[in-house]
Design a protein around this ligand. Structure first.
Ligand code: MLT
Ligand code: MN
Ligand code: ZN
Length: 306
């Protein structure tokens, strides 16, 4: 199984179009040692297969496809290596790219939970709009842990569990979470049984998620904010990270403390990194602290073979 990170930044990307924080300004000017990053997405394929499951459809998907020749095979006049899409929530940074796939010649297979399908039918009716183009072949994504597979993506199995995080702002249940608003996705190699757990939006520590992380060979988890009040301290928002569904990395009860409890052999990677997060600066003390804990930071183009 091969996981290819297409976009490792949170919503807004890095640098963000309108942001002049130290990091966005520094990466734009070339004065900060940091990689630019596109918005949150990855793709996965089995060892035997040519085609990929796209996990989340980023607003940056066209640039991501251009940067990833494997997603653009040439087996016919029109072709794509994307066999289907799995959505882990209905957020803008994970769904807007669906519009960019509208030129398909057949309905786009989309796997999402019931609450996400509702949000994408009412609050933000992407699935309806796509009905006027290629259409969507919607599959019900189970949140009871049962395994599923995508046609055209042999050699990978998936299972999902509901997460404590946040539905999109336009969701009727933004403040009354329901199971399936957000999921953590386990990808399982069909041959070896090796597992990768992916959760770019993870708001709180709980037993089921902990068990899923513990059984994974690699975890690719919420790297949005270093501190809970990061956006408040910079004057960009009045909301804490936790209140919008993202557990900060530092401090008591944070992600680093949690990852430290996993087996030493588990590969630990942060993804969905906000442009304000100091871990993007490769020379920052925060990045050095991650390194001391054996924690990596995902980058666009990173591949994880399991
Ligand atoms: C999130 O991860 O909290 C959202 O994607 C934020 C956003 O809409 O950019
Ligand atoms: Mn996001
Ligand atoms: Zn910024």
């Amino acid at each position: 199984m091969l996981v290819h990170v297409l976009g490792s930044a949170a919503g807004g990307g890095f640098p963000q179009w309108n942001c002049n924080c130290r990091q966005c300004a520094g990466v734009r000017a070339g004065t900060l040692r940091a990689r630019p990053r596109t918005q949150s997405s990855l793709c996965v394929r089995g060892d035997g297969g040519a085609d990929w499951a796209l996990v989340n459809a980023s607003p940056d998907i066209l640039a991501q496809i251009r940067a990833t020749p494997a997603l653009q095979p040439n087996r016919g006049p029109r072709d794509s290596g994307i066999a289907g899409v799995i959505l882990i929530d209905g957020q803008v940074d994970h769904t807007t790219g669906l519009y960019m796939l509208r030129e398909r010649g057949s309905p786009l297979p989309v796997w999402c939970t019931e609450p996400v399908a509702e949000d994408l039918t009412r609050g933000n009716p992407i699935l309806q709009v796509l009905g006027h183009f290629c259409g969507v072949e919607r599959h019900r994504l189970p949140v009871d842990g049962s395994e599923f597979a995508l046609a055209g993506v042999p050699g990978v199995r998936f299972s999902a569990l509901p997460l404590a995080s946040k539905a999109a702002p336009y969701s009727p249940h933004r403040e009354q979470p329901v199971p399936g608003d957000n999921i953590g996705l386990t990808m399982i190699d069909g041959a070896s049984g090796r597992r990768l757990f992916y959760a770019p939006g993870l708001g709180a520590r709980d037993g089921d998620v902990d068990a899923a992380m513990r059984s994974a060979d690699c975890v690719l988890v919420d790297g949005t904010f270093w501190t809970d009040d990061e956006m408040i301290a910079l004057g960009f928002s009045r909301k804490t990270g936790r209140s919008i569904g993202h557990l900060p990395q530092s401090g008591a009860g944070g992600m680093i403390e949690w990852l430290d409890t996993l087996p030493r052999t588990t590969r630990k990677v942060l993804i969905h990194v906000n442009n304000t997060n100091p871990i993007l600066d490769e020379d920052s003390p925060e990045r050095a602290e991650l390194a001391r804990h054996g924690i990596e930071v995902a980058w666009d183009g990173m591949e994880i073979a399991l």
